[in-house]
Design a protein around this ligand. Structure first.
Ligand code: SAH
Length: 351
């Protein structure tokens, strides 16, 4: 039975399911989930490390710099959340080979839900003997640099709307035509009272993530956690659930398990949660500016010198990541840190 038919049966038997439960099943169902069984990186959607090697290289150099700023702890747990094909980490580690002591100190942990992608990562990063963890909560304790690109956007979202002064939660049910359809069930978000918006999205996974980081900080070991994803810097996402297939946006209810599902990340909420948990949070910085601050231009020049034959492609790929009209502005980088560390490189002052 297809995932769609199974969902229809389950909803008929037990009633509509919250959007977050729908998203979780579509992405991670062991038999039919998108990431679990047919992750389409490079086919359904393209990520920065898959577009240009400079992305992972600069993230790697940033990580090595921050390791030094922490006093070069050994061991250092280098943790990646949702590593995809392992491309970012492979580029990051290749670029940092020359950083004295860094590779010797690194203990690589990959947090990956998909068995299919775990196999890919085990191969692409075999030289660094990675270990796998089910979640950030179970990653080894101790000084850490945590990296996550396009990970937060696939954490399931709860969606709320207000009509006539009353909040409801969006749910997936069955429409009159028998197909999956969005509907409403009476329940407002805990934070509704403070909001003047008539629609709100909340990713409960952000709360769990920050709680896990706060637990690390309480253990006394320093950490930096770098998240790069798309979303507004200073507005709350309202209704951003999207599905992608073959590079095109499609109806999120039409092909459960066969498309990537994604939402905008609420960076403001992530930073507030972190500060409430006594962590420091940088302001979210547009990806283009962040990459330029890390020396994207110099990295590009070096790459062009050694690959003159592919100059145009190399240049165009990096330009996609930096151009504000492309990914440069819509994507943001944010750094959460344990208290008492100096400001991270390429971000403004911590608050
Ligand atoms: N960082 C990669 C891949 C991004 S796609 C890149 O930039 O190319 C999202 C990744 O997160 C995939 O590897 C997916 O399997 C993983 N993922 C999604 N939800 C997850 C979860 N709850 N726990 C662990 N990994 C998850």
């Amino acid at each position: 039975m297809s995932l769609k038919d199974r969902l229809i049966q389950e909803i008929k038997a037990s009633g509509p399911i919250p959007v977050a439960a729908y998203m979780q099943t579509c992405l991670h169902d062991p038999a039919e989930g998108y990431y679990a069984t047919r992750p389409g990186l490079g086919r359904d959607f393209a990520t920065a490390p898959e577009i240009s090697q400079v992305f992972g290289e600069l993230v790697g150099l940033w990580a090595a710099h921050e390791w030094r700023a922490m006093g070069s702890p050994d061991p250092l747990h280098l943790v990646e959340l949702g590593p995809g094909r392992g491309t970012l980490m492979a580029d990051a580690l290749r670029a940092t080979r020359g950083v004295a002591g860094f590779h010797d100190a690194i203990n690589l942990t990959l947090v990956e839900a998909s068995p299919t992608l775990r196999r890919t990562q085990a191969q692409s990063l075999a030289a660094y003997a990675p270990t796998f963890a089910a979640g950030i909560e179970t990653a080894p304790a101790g000084p850490a640099i945590i990296i996550a690109n396009e990970f937060l956007d696939c954490l399931p979202v709860r969606q709320y709307v207000r009509a006539g002064g009353t909040w409801s939660e969006k749910a997936v049910g069955i429409g009159e035509d028998g197909a999956l359809a969005f509907g409403l069930s009476p329940a407002g978000p805990a934070e509704a009272g403070a909001s003047t918006q008539d629609a709100l999205e909340v990713q409960p996974g952000l709360d769990g993530l920050v709680a896990a980081l706060a637990a690390r900080a309480e253990g006394g070991a320093p950490f930096r956690a770098l998240f790069i994803d798309y979303g507004p810097a200073d507005a709350r996402p309202e209704d951003t659930l999207r599905a992608y297939r073959d590079g095109r946006q499609v109806d999120p209810l039409a092909h459960p398990g066969e498309t990537d599902l994604t939402v905008d990340v609420d960076f403001g909420r992530l930073a507030r949660l972190a500060r409430t948990a006594s962590l420091s949070a940088s302001a979210p910085v547009p990806q283009g500016r962040w990459l330029m601050a890390l020396g994207a231009q110099e990295r590009l020049n070096a790459l062009l010198l050694s690959n003159p034959g592919s100059a145009k492609e190399i240049h165009q790929a990096l330009a996609r990541l930096i151009d504000p009209a492309d990914m440069g502005e819509r994507f943001k980088a944010i750094c959460l840190s344990s208290p008492d560390l100096p400001a991270p490189a390429a971000f403004g002052d911590p608050t």
